[in-house]
Design a protein around this ligand. Structure first.
Ligand code: ADP
Ligand code: FBP
Length: 384
């Protein structure tokens, strides 16, 4: 009997469970699967649960449910703890380790692979991509992103419509998105714009620092023109010459957040406008209603592909989505070395997409799922 362990790590998405179920569905009959609970913490504490009977059925029910059903979380996974983890795998005679996650998860998997080697333990490691941030190297996009992008695009458009009706009371709204050091999610907020008058009117991303004076001038100009400004900002955005705004640091890991509040204060102080900042919050990565069916399908498929790689005895690889140049949307799944994923670092929005928003929108539209209804344009361009 082939014994394997599978876990989920990092921030959850709406489709990370689809990948887990895809993986399980792809496994050969003679596989004994151990679910690792609470990410890498479960690997260190030997918190394994055999995937069988009612637990197996329960996990399978999660195919379309948000959150990471095995438990995920963030856990300081040091080399000493990795040695402990290898001992735990050895005790259970598990020689295959599969984790679903983003940058950090892949870095940990790769390290597990080399530590196992130094311990002369034969360990097959396979990564399944996920992240709402889309900052994972080695893949065209990561499952989880398109659904979060759908949420952001829809919600920002609606918040902007709301502001449009409140211009005699409130002129500026600032919406802060996730994304860490990459602007993929913020940029998605512009997907449903039909004209320049529609919000969001400005999108600020980490890849493009902006002078504070320029920012203030642009917002004033926009309010002069149409009586309002809807602003979207990535949590990792910085003004030129400034550093990132952090909410806190947990176990040495920066938790970003607060740049929208900083902007709010600037606008209030320097322009005297009525302004409100809002955090898009955890709904971005958990809203069931916003799931992109395409994203869900791909999440399932990358899971199944990992099971195939397991059978093919591939190791130290991650499943990658390769978009093919064609008229319609077309992609294939392939394996990419974990080393190149890790060495690729955080994948930021390429300059070509920043310069050409139509190209970015075309790229995004193909994975965003079913068409989203369009809204009629603004009726009257009235400034106060
Ligand atoms: N550089 C690293 N070395 C070892 N383990 C890591 C590393 N980075 C992350 N991890 C482990 O992987 C988990 C998931 O990584 P994290 O950065 O939180 O999310 P993601 O995988 O989505 O990027 C962490 O909670 C931690 O246990
Ligand atoms: O408060 P936390 O734990 O940092 O979670 C919020 C973070 O999680 C994310 O949603 C996704 O995180 P990962 O994909 O890196 O795990 C980030 O965009 C955001 O910065």
């Amino acid at each position: 009997m082939h014994k394997i362990a599978v876990g989920q790590a990092g921030g959850p998405t709406t489709v990370i469970n689809a990948s887990l179920v895809g993986f399980i569905d792809g496994l050969p009959e003679n596989t004994e699967v151990f679910a690792v609970l609470n990410g890498y913490q479960g690997l260190v504490n030997e918190d394994f649960e055999r995937l069988e009977g009612p637990f197996y059925d329960w996990v399978k029910q999660h195919k379309t449910i948000p959150g990471a059903c095995l438990g995920s979380g963030r856990y300081p996974f040091t080399p000493d703890l990795m040695i402990q983890a290898v001992h735990n795998l050895k005790r259970n005679d598990i020689h295959t380790l599969v984790f679903i996650g983003g940058n950090g998860t892949m870095a940990a998997l790769q390290k597990m692979n080399s530590i196992a080697k130094t311990m002369n333990y034969d360990l097959q490691t396979i990564g399944i991509p996920k992240t709402v941030d889309n900052d994972l190297a080695g893949t065209d996009h990561a499952p989880g992103y398109a659904s979060a992008a759908r949420y952001v695009a829809s919600s920002v458009r609606d918040i902007s419509k709301d502001l449009e009706s409140m211009r005699n009371f409130e002129q500026v709204r600032i919406i802060e998105t996730m994304g860490r050091n990459a602007g993929w999610l913020s940029l998605a907020s512009g997907l449903l714009k039909q004209s320049e008058l529609d919000g969001p009117h400005y999108i600020y991303i980490p890849e493009v620092p902006v002078e504070q004076d320029r920012f203030i001038k642009d917002i004033q100009q926009c309010v002069n023109d149409i009586g309002m400004a809807t602003i979207v900002v990535s949590e990792g955005f910085t003004f030129a010459g400034s550093s990132k705004v952090e909410r806190e640091v947990i176990n040495g890991r920066s938790v970003l957040g607060g740049i929208s509040g900083y902007m709010e204060q600037m606008i209030r102080d320097q322009l005297g406008l009525t302004v409100r900042s809002e955090n898009m919050g955890m709904n971005q990565r958990s809203a069931y209603w916003a799931v992109s069916k395409q994203d869900q399908l791909e999440a399932y498929e990358v899971g199944r592909q990992a099971a195939l790689y397991m059978k093919q005895e591939k190791t130290n690889v991650m499943v990658s989505i390769q978009r093919r140049l064609s008229l319609g949307y077309n992609y294939l799944l392939s394996d990419v070395a974990l080393t190149s994923v890790v060495n690729g670092g955080e994948r930021r929005v390429p300059p070509a997409f920043i310069a050409n928003r139509a190209d970015f929108n075309g790229w995004l539209e193909q994975i965003i799922g079913e068409p989203i209804m369009t809204y009629p344009p603004m009726w009257r361009r009235s400034a106060f």
